[in-house]
Design a binder for this molecule. Structure first.
Ligand SMILES: NC(=O)c1ccc[n+]([C@@H]2O[C@H](COP(=O)([O-])OP(=O)(O)OC[C@H]3O[C@@H](n4cnc5c(N)ncnc54)[C@H](OP(=O)(O)O)[C@@H]3O)[C@@H](O)[C@H]2O)c1
Length: 327
């Protein structure tokens, strides 16, 4: 049993705690919150029995094996470094870090202390993500791809009311690229490899971050266009085009349908497998296996994670979006 300490008590931390509780491999053991009462009311529902409002105390606890970080993006680095220094494995929510400098320092520290550092990019561990990758590899050529990921954020209402919620703040390394764009970058980099060049047409909002935008990855013989948004909804399926053949994905994360359409034969086949009963189960299982029985997957995941950090920082800065964490 891996004993886990939680940082963050919001919706996503609840979802991860639920996923862990569905596996017989983890124990939700401790919770840190800026408010002790919140730590207790969050943790008791999952059987936790250690509660902290002092982060250093939680990190020093010898009873913990893993720290799960679900705090605002700009806090991930310092919190991960503290966990690593205390020899804890770390599962950090996407986007793991604000920039490549942080990414490199955190991974160097993890190696030095002999612990694993995972970025919780949940779709990467969904079997359908690999099925899509395998189907792309079977295509004779790739002519074009369009990936969509956009969801109106309830916190955008606060922006419209003149506030600056964390997810839309440069202080907390927020914005559409960091929040949802990373999913599309993961997909593009895993499925098509690194591009020759990239650009980002960002639509900035009054807080200085991108509310939406279009990312273009240029490869020698095709382009991948990624539309992302946090201030309007995108419902269009994502598509990968190869002459008469098209792969059509109903969703970029939580994919439930992967249609292969061949206009030459007028055939459509659905290749998707049934998704796990909880969206975070696959990643939780994958991290546990990698901690207990290390394989070469870890290096593969972190190569991809660093590429995502590299390209997101590059196109973000190109689009004139700068974070406090970059200083
Ligand atoms: N994998 C997914 O599907 C998914 C979905 C949503 C979010 N995420 C990721 O999860 C992370 C958290 O996102 P979120 O939307 O939950 O963030 P959030 O609500 O802004 O903050 C998360 C937690 O951090 C603490 N916190 C908030 N503001 C803080 C501040 N100013 N200083 C210190 N601590 C603060 C709060 O815990 P306390 O009040 O208890 O201290 C809060 O519960 C992000 O990295 C995000 O990208 C992932």
């Amino acid at each position: 049993m891996l004993a886990v300490g939680f940082i963050g008590t919001s919706m996503i931390a609840h979802e991860f705690a639920k996923a862990l509780s569905m596996l017989n491999a983890y124990k939700v053991k401790a919770v840190y919150s800026r408010t002790l009462f919140k730590a207790e009311s969050f943790g008791k529902a999952y059987g936790a029995d250690l509660f902290f409002d002092d982060l250093e105390q939680m990190m020093a606890s010898p009873e913990l094996d893993v720290i799960y970080i679900a705090s605002p993006n700009s806090l991930h680095f310092e919190q991960a470094m503290l966990a690593i220094a205390n020899k804890k494995h770390v599962i950090v929510e996407k986007p793991a870090f604000s920039n490549v400098k942080e990414w490199d320092a955190a991974h160097a520290a993890a190696d030095e202390h002999g612990v694993k550092l995972f970025e919780a990019a949940r779709h990467l561990h969904d079997p359908n993500f690999q099925i899509i990758k395998d189907e792309i590899a079977k295509l004779d050529s790739i002519d074009n791809a369009i990936l969509y990921y956009g969801k109106y954020s309830s916190r955008y209402d606060q922006v419209l009311a003149g506030e600056e919620p964390n997810i839309f703040s440069t202080k907390f390394s927020g914005g559409a690229l960091m929040d949802l764009g990373v999913y599309t970058l993961y997909a593009a980099l895993a499925w098509f490899g690194e591009p020759d060049s990239a650009e980002y047409v960002a639509r900035k909002i009054q807080t200085g971050v991108d509310g939406s935008g279009t990312i273009l990855f240029h490869y020698p013989y095709f382009d991948v266009t990624m539309h992302i948004s946090k201030n309007y909804n995108l419902h269009a399926p994502s598509e990968i085009h190869s002459g008469k053949k098209t792969l059509i994905l109903d969703e970029l994360t939580g994919t439930t349908s992967i249609e292969r359409e061949d206009s030459g034969t007028r055939m459509t086949v659905d290749l998707a497998v049934e998704p796990a009963e909880h969206l975070m189960l696959d990643e939780a299982r994958a991290f546990q296996q990698e901690i207990e029985n290390p394989s070469d997957k870890y290096e593969e995941w972190r190569r991809l994670s660093r590429q995502v950090a590299y390209w997101s920082e590059k196109i973000r800065k190109q689009a004139g979006i700068h974070f406090a964490a970059d200083e």
